[in-house]
Design a protein around this ligand. Structure first.
Ligand code: BT5
Length: 240
């Protein structure tokens, strides 16, 4: 498939009708010269990866699977997932979807349903693969998912990938110059902040508290009331 809009945005674009996982493919392409801001885009994945070994559903014809290589040194790698999420939020707003909120660290929800998930993976040499899965049309109802089609937006894979890529490029640049402004924008977009949450820590223990801020490393600060900083893991919003 030709991807003229994406080709304008990314340094290189590889398209696959079907692949195991765009994140895995981009990691493989590092050995054959993938460079900063290269993208792998697929129409479907047979082993789409979520976080913590979970599966990401990306059936043919209904989703965008996009992975972007960040190989230039980045001041705060913990922010890459959050910046990708903010890029998707901005791209959706540009398409007329205003109500998307970021559930820290990697989900975009509209009306409580997940429309996008992000998986950033650090590779051994220090490069980061940022993988973005966006539902374009109807998903299995049991996933608690929504899609752009359900939200009244009809968009092709090339346009969606280019819109996200161009927002992401802009945010990476802006973050290098004025990180505090970007962090502020993220805080406004993040629906987790101010919520009472339950979080699972890496050692398997659980905490409950108020999600108060995202710190300079991209970690979620939860007041239990002690201050606990979470860099990864699952967070559930609780009803207060
Ligand atoms: C994520 O994990 O949300 C990260 C998803 C990243 C997918 C992209 S696609 C391009 C790139 N290549 C890859 O192989 N991966 C990345 P997590 O927060 O762990 O959420 C996973 C959970 O979301 C699953 O356990 C399901 O409950 C749910 N889920 C799976 N597929 C979904 C979908 N299409 N829409 C909404 N929810 C889904």
């Amino acid at each position: 498939m030709q991807l003229p809009k994406s080709t304008e945005v990314f340094s290189k674009v590889s398209w696959f009708d079907e692949i195991d996982s765009t994140n895995l493919e981009l990691a493989r392409q590092l050995k054959t010269g993938a460079s900063n801001f290269s993208a792998v885009i697929a129409g479907s994945q047979t082993s789409g990866q979520g976080r913590l070994g979970r599966n990401w559903d990306s059936p043919s014809g209904s989703s965008l699977s996009l992975s972007i290589l960040i190989s230039a040194p980045f001041p705060e790698p913990g922010w890459l997932t959050l910046l990708a999420a903010l890029s998707v939020k901005r791209a959706l707003a540009g398409l007329g979807v205003e109500g998307a909120g970021i559930k820290w660290p990697n989900d975009l929800h509209v009306d409580g349903k997940k429309v996008c998930g992000i998986l950033a993976q650090l590779l051994p040499q220090g490069d980061v693969v940022v993988g973005i899965g966006l539902n374009l049309s109807r998903q299995q109802p049991e996933l608690g998912a929504t899609s752009l089609a359900e939200l009244g937006v009809d968009i092709d894979i090339d346009s969606a990938a280019a819109a996200i890529g161009s927002e992401f490029a802009g945010l990476l640049e802006q973050f290098a110059i004025e990180p505090s402004l970007v962090k502020q924008d993220f805080s406004v977009a993040c629906i987790t902040l101010g919520q009472r949450v339950r979080a699972e820590l890496p050692d398997g223990s659980e905490i409950k508290g108020i999600a108060s801020e995202v710190d300079r490393h991209g970690q979620l600060v939860i007041l239990t009331p002690e201050r606990v900083s979470l860099s990864a893991g699952d967070v559930w919003h609780l009803r207060s």
